[in-house]
Design a protein around this ligand. Structure first.
Ligand SMILES: Cc1ncc(COP(=O)(O)O)c(C=O)c1O
Length: 374
């Protein structure tokens, strides 16, 4: 059987990983500044992560959501503590798209309305409503296109108010730092205006923290750099360090009812053990604070490069913008210097999403290679 050929592949086959490196079968090390797309948060093969999953594997891998699973409550408690959102409620699922799908559905249930406002250049996933609120017509099938969605630019409160005034908007979904779209951020003032307008017109704020969450930007969630209160927060990538898990945090004013949301695999025992291990390591190794420090070091190092036109992002969600397309540069970094990087829909942007355990010497290694490659 052939694989369905939807991914252009780099000629690289990693067979094992350790902290910020992956290795091929010939034991060649590659510095992973991509984290498998912001997924590897606490480093490849972290010993605490491995042993917690191994222990759970021997106990119980899975049972459906029809029984009491104390690991879910332990995860909710730890997540509430580290994110400072202990009054929120947790619903667990398996991926970023699924988290957004549930967030959008819940906003619609809660408000009884159906239209969603999303932002230009957004990426929220590939399932039904998640892809409909993604600003990329190429990945929206006719089946997905029937959802009522309006795309607006950042930083235009008047347009936002004009749409909200119509009274049919269930929610506004926003990446406070855009990921796939190329690391653009709205102004803090606009986020505050968005909050006021949503509260005035009864629409929910959905913060998509699938990529920017879990300490990556130096705050637990990126929206926490501003002072807004979302009604729903979606998360996934860094949550399980590669073990598939996602979820939404739900404001205490939104009440649950049996059957409102559901999933077979979401919140299973093994996924909860993985997610707990991630939070325990984030806390013990102070990785959120570390992300902030490493981000500052990265900005300092990038500033002196004349080829870099713009440094984007926060903490360890980073981008370097050039005045040329970075595809060939990324290949050079990979094949000549053994460094993995990311791209975005902005073809001139080199995107970096390393494990949060990265150290100064790895960043220095990257800049030495970048200078040579340039
Ligand atoms: C901001 C954002 N939301 C949602 C998703 C979708 O997540 P998943 O691929 O786990 O469905 C992504 C994936 O890149 C993302 O970056």
């Amino acid at each position: 059987m052939k694989l369905f050929d939807v991914y252009p592949l780099y000629d690289l086959t990693p067979v094992r990983g350790s902290d910020v490196f992956v290795y091929d079968a010939a034991n060649q090390a590659y510095l992973d500044l991509y984290g498998g797309h912001a997924v590897v948060s606490i480093g490849h093969g972290h010993p605490h992560f491995v042993s917690r999953i191994k222990d759970q594997l021997e106990q119980l891998v899975f049972y459906s959501n029809a029984i009491i699973n104390p690991l879910q409550q332990a995860l909710a408690t730890k997540l509430g503590q580290l994110s400072c959102l202990d009054t929120y409620q947790l619903f667990l699922c398996n991926s970023g798209a699924e988290a957004n799908e549930n967030a959008l559905k819940l906003a619609s249930f809660y408000t009884g309305k159906s239209r969603i406002i999303a932002f230009q250049n957004s990426f929220h996933g590939r399932t039904s409503a998640a892809v409909a609120v993604t600003d990329n017509p190429k990945i929206v099938a006719p089946l997905n296109a029937h959802h009522p969605v309006t795309f607006l630019p950042f930083n235009d409160p008047q347009q936002l108010e004009n749409e909200l005034k119509k009274g049919d908007v269930a929610g506004v979904i926003i990446e406070v730092i855009q990921g796939v779209g190329g690391l653009d951020q709205p102004e803090t003032k606009f986020l505050e205006q968005l909050e006021q307008l949503c509260n005035l017109y009864g629409a929910l704020i959905i913060a998509d923290e699938v990529q920017s969450g879990y300490g990556r930007t130096g705050a637990f969630f990126a929206y926490q750099h501003a002072s807004i209160t979302p009604h729903i927060i979606s998360m996934a990538k860094g949550m399980g360090n590669g073990f598939p898990i996602g979820g939404i945090l739900i404001h205490p004013t939104i009440e649950a009812a049996y059957g409102l949301l559901g999933t077979t695999f979401g919140g299973n025992h093994l996924a909860c053990a993985a997610a707990l291990a991630v939070l325990e390591v984030l806390e013990k190794e102070k990785l959120q604070e570390h992300a902030q420090e490493m981000g500052a070091y990265f900005f300092e190092s990038a500033k002196v490069l004349p080829e870099v036109k713009k440094i984007k992002g926060k903490g360890l969600m980073l981008g370097l913008e050039f005045d040329f397309e970075v595809g060939p540069l990324r290949k050079k970094l990979l094949y000549d210097h053994h460094i993995m990087t990311g791209g975005s829909s902005n073809k001139n942007l080199l995107r970096l999403l390393p494990p949060l355990t990265i150290q100064q010497n790895h960043i220095a290694q990257f800049f030495t290679a970048l200078k040579e490659a340039l």
